[in-house]
Design a protein around this ligand. Sequence first.
Ligand SMILES: *[C@@H]1O[C@H](CO)[C@@H](O)[C@H](O)[C@H]1NC(C)=O
Ligand SMILES: *[C@@H]1O[C@H](CO)[C@@H](O)[C@H](O)[C@H]1NC(C)=O
Ligand SMILES: *[C@@H]1O[C@H](CO)[C@@H](O)[C@H](O)[C@H]1NC(C)=O
Ligand SMILES: *[C@@H]1O[C@H](CO)[C@@H](O)[C@H](O)[C@H]1NC(C)=O
Ligand SMILES: *[C@@H]1O[C@H](CO)[C@@H](O)[C@H](O)[C@H]1NC(C)=O
Ligand SMILES: *[C@@H]1O[C@H](CO)[C@@H](O)[C@H](O)[C@H]1NC(C)=O
Ligand SMILES: *[C@@H]1O[C@H](CO)[C@@H](O)[C@H](O)[C@H]1NC(C)=O
Length: 329
Amino acid sequence: MIGLAVLGYVSLLLLSATSYACTRVLQPGSPYGSIQPSQLRNLVTFGDSYTDHTAFKTSNMTAWPIYAASYSNASLYPFAKAGAVCSQAITPIPFPEVNLVDAQLPNYFNASLDLNMTESLFTLWIGTNDLGQLGLLTGQNTPGMSLIDTTACAVNWVKTLYDSGARNFLFQQVIPLQLVPIYTPESYPDRYWTAERNTTEWSITMEQYACTVVNLATFMLRDLVQTLPGAHVGIFDTYSMYTDMYENPQNYFNGTAPLNVKTPGKSCVFTIGESTTDTGNCTIAGPTDRDSFMWWDELHPSEQSARTLAKHVAEVISTGKNKWTTWLS
Ligand SMILES: *[C@@H]1O[C@H](CO)[C@@H](O)[C@H](O)[C@H]1NC(C)=O
Ligand SMILES: *[C@@H]1O[C@H](CO)[C@@H](O)[C@H](O)[C@H]1NC(C)=O
Ligand SMILES: *[C@@H]1O[C@H](CO)[C@@H](O)[C@H](O)[C@H]1NC(C)=O
Ligand SMILES: *[C@@H]1O[C@H](CO)[C@@H](O)[C@H](O)[C@H]1NC(C)=O
Ligand SMILES: *[C@@H]1O[C@H](CO)[C@@H](O)[C@H](O)[C@H]1NC(C)=O
Ligand SMILES: *[C@@H]1O[C@H](CO)[C@@H](O)[C@H](O)[C@H]1NC(C)=O
Ligand SMILES: *[C@@H]1O[C@H](CO)[C@@H](O)[C@H](O)[C@H]1NC(C)=O
């Protein structure tokens, strides 16, 4: 009996050890939520430059929400803003007028959209700025604030919208930030950071931040959904999807240049200490070459990466289920 109990305990330990890998969605959860096919007609998006549909217009890039709405015939209500963090109170950034809590949510409420909440999906993808060189990575947080606060802030977005009537949520996890060109060990001075730094240390730190935040968010959301009757909360595992894109680029990228998951399509090399308002020494992929690249610039995913994300979010909208999505409620 005791032997069996010990064996049971050991296998439980082993099981929980595997399920804590960053690249796995934590259970319990279900790939089948209770959202019906064709139920969703509206897509309401929040986040940072990864989601802001205006951010890369001048480079002729279309953002994922526009693709997702078009692939699924949904109406798009975009509130994401480039440069955003979750809250100025946690990680004060130079552009306070864009953050989620003080700008995007008030903009949404002020818009007084008359949405049928059964038919509306709310998405949030935030964290790169909170964790990165504008935020925690370089200690630019309010004293005492940490990964716990940035994650709780993002998770609380669900609660705020739920209290106003929203019911369907897709929470997009952070990506493996250590793979973003600015956060790799091979990183060079770029338009987002030219000061001297130890790129190996940045990379190690961003990997720990991203892995921790993915799992913290999952735990916090699992707690929160217990208190939200009638809500449907899905976790979109952007972390694993991006890891898969990095490891199996042939399944995702289709441009006319050799596939490239390391160097951005628009790579601009600066010198150490150079002003970030300079242009740098740029190599820019042409219109058909760019779809070979995972990253557009040193900090942002490419348009083809955006199309992949859009395809999967569109599948959530159209069918209610998707391979990267786990429903907690
Ligand atoms: C964007 O596309 C338009 C139309 O195809 C083209 O005229 C323009 O040069 C492009 N701009 C950039 C920055 O690639
Ligand atoms: C979107 O609408 C078009 C035209 O009405 C239709 O052909 C297509 O099947 C629709 N797609 C989805 C995913 O509903
Ligand atoms: C709220 O919306 C109204 C009408 O669109 C606009 O005039 C006003 O400036 C907005 N207020 C804020 C605080 O955004
Ligand atoms: C909202 O949408 C649902 C599902 O499409 C529908 O059954 C319901 O009648 C709609 N509610 C209103 C107030 O239009
Ligand atoms: C950068 O950080 C790594 C990891 O801490 C360390 O091994 C390496 O020596 C550092 N490089 C320099 C130039 O300080
Ligand atoms: C790559 O695939 C996307 C669809 O995912 C398509 O829109 C795009 O035109 C393709 N790019 C090239 C260069 O063929
Ligand atoms: C810019 O980069 C290219 C390719 O890496 C290099 O050949 C060239 O010398 C660089 N130009 C300057 C002004 O540094």
